[in-house]
Write a protein that binds this ligand. Structure first.
Ligand code: FES
Length: 275
């Protein structure tokens, strides 16, 4: 087994891939909610990816990613036996679980890939987990078998009703709360706008909310400021203070604005560099 070697590669749908990678030192210390930063080659950009799982005995980590930018598209071209130039981690704070008895995890789109280790980690820790997985349509649905095995109750919704129930995740969440589910916490993982509305529902019902944020990162150590976000009026860094934050304290408007900073560059890369 070579360092950072791809040991298995599985397509979950046309756009989302699950890799198992040799990284014994990372696997030994990894906990749910933490992430790594990788480079495909020595000239590559550094991108953060939440670990979808790890096996400390085998010395492997699992990464699930959507091919949406330059590096993830390059990753798609790698095959079993290829190696990454470097992987740094585990980074970030593990998900806090102490004192929780029942939670609802709400995953939106590719955010479900990040929600999976979190929901499973909580379930494995003995917490009752209701999982709402939301997608645009049936072609984008992923990880249903894994969620079924790794949570207590699984709900599938799609925007167009081609799989599961036709509704948004927020509507399903309102339904579950109205049905009398007494959640200690609601965890949102997905596009910022979906997390914003999910956390607002939690707040409305007096339930604690946690948002698992993603951000542009460079060093992953709190030095570069690339992943800065505003939490309760204070500057925080997703890489060292997060990725989980109290959803009621996140400045969602600023976060949504920052997450669109490089959209032109990403579009250019998709159309010209990664073809
Ligand atoms: Fe540089 Fe977080 S990645 S401060």
């Amino acid at each position: 087994m070579k360092r950072f070697e791809i040991l298995s590669k599985r397509m979950l749908n046309d756009n989302i891939t699950w890799l198992v990678i040799s990284a014994p030192l990372v696997a030994r210390k990894a906990k749910p909610g933490q992430f790594i930063i990788l480079r495909t080659d020595e000239y590559g950009e550094r991108i953060p990816l939440t670990m979808a799982g790890h096996d400390s005995k085998k010395g492997t980590i699992d990464l699930i990613y959507a091919a949406v930018g330059r590096t993830t598209m390059l990753m798609d071209q790698l095959e079993v036996g290829d190696c990454f130039a470097d992987i740094v981690g585990p980074l970030g704070k593990p998900t806090e679980m102490e004192g929780l008895k029942k939670v609802c995890v709400v995953g939106g789109g590719t955010g479900n890939a990040l929600a999976y280790p979190l929901a499973k980690g909580m379930h494995d820790a003995g917490i009752e987990v209701d999982m709402i997985t939301g997608f645009k349509n049936k072609d984008l649905v992923i990880l249903q078998d894994e969620f079924k095995a790794g949570t207590d109750n699984l709900y599938l919704v799609t925007d167009d009703g081609t799989a599961g129930e036709k509704m948004f995740t927020t509507v399903k969440l309102e339904e579950l709360i109205a049905a009398g589910n007494d959640y200690d916490e609601i965890v949102a993982v997905g596009p910022p706008i979906m997390m914003k509305f999910t956390c607002e529902i939690a707040q409305k019902h007096g339930i604690k909310s946690i948002a698992s944020l993603t951000a542009y990162m460079i060093d992953g150590t709190g030095m570069c400021g690339g992943c800065r976000c505003n939490i309760g009026g204070e500057d925080k860094f997703v890489c060292v203070d997060g990725p989980d934050f109290d959803g009621s304290l996140v400045d969602w408007d600023e976060l949504i604005q920052r997450s669109a900073y490089y959209s032109d560059q990403e579009k250019y890369d998709r159309e010209h560099v990664c073809r």
